[in-house]
Design a protein around this ligand. Sequence first.
Ligand SMILES: Nc1nc2c(ncn2[C@@H]2O[C@H](COP(=O)(O)OP(=O)(O)OP(=O)(O)O)[C@@H](O)[C@H]2O)c(=O)[nH]1
Ligand SMILES: [Mg+2]
Length: 318
Amino acid sequence: MKDYKILFTGSVCSGKTTAIRSLSDIETLDTDAQASDVTVRRKKNTTIAMDYGVLDLTKEARVHLYGTPGQERFRFMWEMLACEFAHDAIGMVLMVDNTRKDPFRDIRFYAKEFSDYLQKRRLIIAVTHADVEANPDYQSYLKAIKNLGIMTTVMFIDARDPRAVLGIVEELISAVERDINWDQVCERLLDNNGFSLDFYKPLYEETLLDAAMNKRGVLGAIHLGDQQEVLCSNIDDKSTKSLMCNLDRLSSAISDKASFLGAVNNIVIAGANVDTLSVFNDQNQSLCLRSDKDISLPVLKQQASDLLQWSIENDYLA
Ligand SMILES: Nc1nc2c(ncn2[C@@H]2O[C@H](COP(=O)(O)OP(=O)(O)OP(=O)(O)O)[C@@H](O)[C@H]2O)c(=O)[nH]1
Ligand SMILES: [Mg+2]
């Protein structure tokens, strides 16, 4: 028996668990639990450890399908999957949710996160939710990955559709396994796993501030608008509040006055015995966080970036 492996990764709600369910001939192992933070804005469940499924290709060949959790706080599982369970995978599928504010940022993030892993194996970018948000389109993705210098194939899929997800497997496996009847595999999957579109229902329930407070280590937050006005805050201490608003102004001033540095998207003040104060800018808004000194800066940055990616305009004005 020939055993192949494929690793699926990508942001929360990009469809990793769904894709593996669409493909698997066995009851998938998934470790979804009720989401307790910002992801409730999109869906109720999130993977907390891993997904696993198996797809039979012929009597002699099968594919083991592994999926990572999307949430950054389960990042330790990414390494465990890349270094242990799926260390010998033939390829990695990066699922990208086209409804995210900046899907290219997700590509940059995951390509960097898995850069060592990708040195020895193929990457496929699978764009989902294009039925909900058509832009960026295929051509824009090709341009973006060219600019990023990433070697990859881009496929637009719906993770709920076994035919579409099987296309990714075919793209990865057909070069090494030539005797597979893909049509037959596809028919079997449609018979067994079906294809139902559970309609996308956005659950915009939480404010950015509430979501921030649910993040690990966050003690207080301020949401600023495009004129640096306070949209919402739960930091009462006047001097801390004013310092954080000034950090936001400072980051804009540095971007304007020292353009050789490029855009300054965040400023962090950290010390051994004090809370960390940080500001993160994103297009027309900023998020200031007071957080526990023990939270590492990469974790803080990823949390803030995820929060801003989900936020919708006029959260507090509606
Ligand atoms: N409209 C639409 N919905 C999709 C598409 N692909 C997947 N979905 C839905 O999007 C949601 C994705 O959820 P999951 O599969 O749990 O996402 P995930 O990537 O495993 O998320 P985490 O485990 O939280 O990281 C499900 O409700 C799917 O039915 C698509 O192309 N279009
Ligand atoms: Mg999942």
